[in-house]
Design a protein around this ligand. Structure first.
Ligand SMILES: C[S@@+](CC[C@H](N)C(=O)[O-])C[C@H]1O[C@@H](n2cnc3c(N)ncnc32)[C@H](O)[C@@H]1O
Length: 196
């Protein structure tokens, strides 16, 4: 498991490790997203997803436990001429507001199965009625440095989101060259779901 210090070290470079473009799945969801309202971009890292949501008119809170990542998220927001709020927190101990967000963007974080259950319960609670969850994670079919139990498949995602109505569940292959790091190809699991 990487610590917040590990992430600070990884992000302490001028390059954007995950790039500045949002997830292709987030872009694919744009017609379903509200054009105003509140968004929580969880584990937002260097801000590529949170800043894109702010550019669409949403009032964004970018939460991550890496201060180095969030500094870069704020820089990206400034460069794009938008504002985001940032909060440097461990999401596992955060006091989640209930019914607060019109959008929760939950992308690319991987926790042990038992922690994940609680986390998704918090995500469902923090969505306002009619709110949308946009999800991305590494599919179990991909060999990764995370233990398989921290990865996702369609059944797991549907169970974790059982309090929501699924709109889209899909997979795609993603090849990336992260800044100066080695290129990777991963199968991604994506989901879009709405809170009744
Ligand atoms: C793989 S990166 C993904 C960043 C971003 N979501 C994206 O897709 O570009 C994982 C992020 O999760 C954050 N993270 C991991 N565990 C966390 C925790 N317990 N609380 C808050 N952030 C966490 C890391 O700091 C890192 O920025």
């Amino acid at each position: 498991m990487m610590t917040s210090e590990n992430w600070d070290t990884r992000y302490a470079t001028d390059d954007y490790v995950f790039g500045v473009d949002p997830s292709p799945f987030l872009i694919a969801c744009q017609d379903r997203l509200p054009v105003a309202g509140t968004a929580l971009s969880l584990a937002d890292g260097e801000g590529r997803n949170g800043v894109w949501l702010a550019e669409r008119g949403l009032d964004v809170l970018a939460l991550d436990w890496s201060s180095e990542g969030l500094k870069k998220a704020e820089r990206l927001a400034r460069e794009r001429g938008v504002r985001i709020r940032t909060d440097c927190r461990d999401m596992l101990t955060w006091e989640w507001p209930k019914g607060a967000y019109d959008v929760v963007c939950a992308m690319n974080f991987h926790f042990p199965a038992e922690v994940r259950e609680t986390l998704f319960a918090r995500i469902v609670e923090t969505l306002a009625p009619g709110g949308l969850l946009v999800f991305e994670g590494i599919h179990r079919d991909t060999r990764d440095h995370h233990p398989p139990s921290a990865l996702y498949d369609e059944t797991i995602l549907r169970r974790l989101c059982s309090g929501l109505t699924p709109v889209v569940v899909s997979t795609r292959m993603e090849s990336r060259q992260h800044a100066k790091e080695a290129p990777t190809t991963k199968k991604k699991l994506n989901g879009l779901a709405v809170k009744p």
